[in-house]
Design a protein around this ligand. Structure first.
Ligand SMILES: Cc1ncc(COP(=O)(O)O)c(C=O)c1O
Length: 391
């Protein structure tokens, strides 16, 4: 008999969408036509110039181990991008290249949080936060998001939630799953609250380049340039449609980045060498690509939100960033998960229950509109018919 596994794995959530995705895949194999709204990844090909850069790196034999912190030309490209987009230039020692932004959440929290420390985060929110915080034995200090606040976590809510144990505030703007975007004054107030209370801010800015209505991105790093307490996470998965490449980065206080460097060295040695070359090309020469996909997302947002507002029992506010619609389904009287199952089975539409992102997601669904306009229109027609039958 073995002695059992370490840690409370019951806290780890894995990927909640898998359950629905697997069922939809099975239905497709059985011949059903399913409209897919569950997947949080852009449907566009990665940029051609980025693919070429990776191919060239392979042909040049750039296939060996590279520095754990990242290759110098990518680190420099990140410094330039941060200067342009956030207004400060981090030192090389403040930057840690990672296989995605997600490892920044995991290694960042691992480096910051001890058992019993409090972590403030949004509910509903990206499921990895709740999962990692729970596994590390940290205290969950959730903040409920309300539709009346356009799903924005307010500085007042944060102030009320802070206790002596609070070590980290997690931000995510633009947000998954609601598409909410914190205003400049929200961000400024939160950064100041963190400073006054000597709390770290882990700011997941993976959707920073995906905004609508001429909104601008704001980061709490404006206050300390990531020198004292802000850890900024960003990456290539969403804006450059590079989910499978696994490339992202963390920027933070040098002391913290050094700790993450030690963890990453033991866990993965380094981020894939030739993928980093592709990252340089993405940051330096792919602005047009991002503009282009955002034009498509703007059209799709209009189609999906206006369509959802015509579905009996649904109402949906416009997301201000990312590519998720988060309709309110409370008028249907059905639970989110029950309705999700029903819509998959009866209407052939796969989406996610708001509860996949936390208890506060009850009464909502999440639809990713990273799919074509034709599919969006087909999906909306099916939802209208299915809901008209029920209500
Ligand atoms: C809020 C948020 N952070 C991080 C990630 C993961 O990013 P990456 O693919 O760079 O690891 C996602 C992906 O869905 C996300 O929604």
């Amino acid at each position: 008999m073995n002695k059992g596994l370490a840690g409370d794995f019951s806290m780890l959530k894995g990927e909640p969408p898998i359950k629905f995705l697997t069922k939809a895949n099975k239905m497709e194999r059985e011949g059903r036509d399913i409209v897919r709204f569950e997947i949080g990844q852009p449907d566009f090909e990665s940029p051609e110039n980025v693919k070429e850069a990776a191919k060239k790196a392979l042909d040049d034999g750039f296939t060996k181990y590279v520095p754990t912190m990242g290759i110098p030309d990518l680190v420099e490209a990140i410094q330039d991008d941060i200067k342009e987009t956030r207004g400060f230039r981090p030192t090389k020692e403040q930057i840690m290249v990672l296989p995605g932004a997600k490892p920044g959440i995991f290694f960042g929290l691992l480096a910051l949080v001890e058992q019993g420390d409090g972590v403030i985060y949004q509910n509903p929110g990206f499921f990895t936060y709740d999962s990692t915080i729970g596994y590390l034995g940290a205290k969950k200090q959730e903040i409920p998001l309300y539709e009346k606040d356009e799903f924005r976590m307010t500085p007042t809510q944060i102030e009320k939630r802070i206790t002596d144990d609070t070590k980290v505030i997690m931000l995510n703007s633009p947000q998954n799953p609601t598409g909410s975007v914190l205003t400049k004054s929200d961000i400024r107030a939160i950064a100041e609250i963190a400073e006054e209370n000597d709390i770290y801010v882990l700011s997941d800015e993976i959707y920073s380049k995906m905004l609508y209505d001429e909104m601008e991105h704001h980061s709490p790093a404006y206050l300390d340039g990531c020198k004292e307490r802000t850890i900024l996470l960003d990456g290539f998965s969403k804006a450059y449609s590079m989910t499978g490449w696994r490339l992202g980065y963390a920027i933070g206080p040098e002391e913290l980045i050094h700790k993450m460097d030690l963890l990453v060295a033991d866990a993965i040695s380094c981020t894939t060498s030739f993928v980093q070359k592709a990252g340089v090309e993405a940051l330096r020469n792919s602005h047009d690509f991002v503009d282009d996909i955002m034009e498509h997302f703007t059209e799709r947002r209009e189609a999906i939100v206006s369509g959802l507002n015509e579905v009996p029992g649904f109402s949906c506010i416009y997301p201000k960033g990312a590519f998720y619609a988060f309709p309110n389904i409370k008028e249907t009287g059905m639970k989110s998960e029950e309705l999700t199952d029903h819509l998959l089975e009866e209407a052939g539409v796969c989406l996610l229950p708001g509860t996949a992102f936390g208890s506060q997601g009850e009464g909502y669904l999440r639809l990713s509109y990273a799919t074509s306009l034709d599919e969006i229109e087909k999906g909306i027609e099916r939802l209208k018919e299915a809901m008209a039958d029920i209500l």
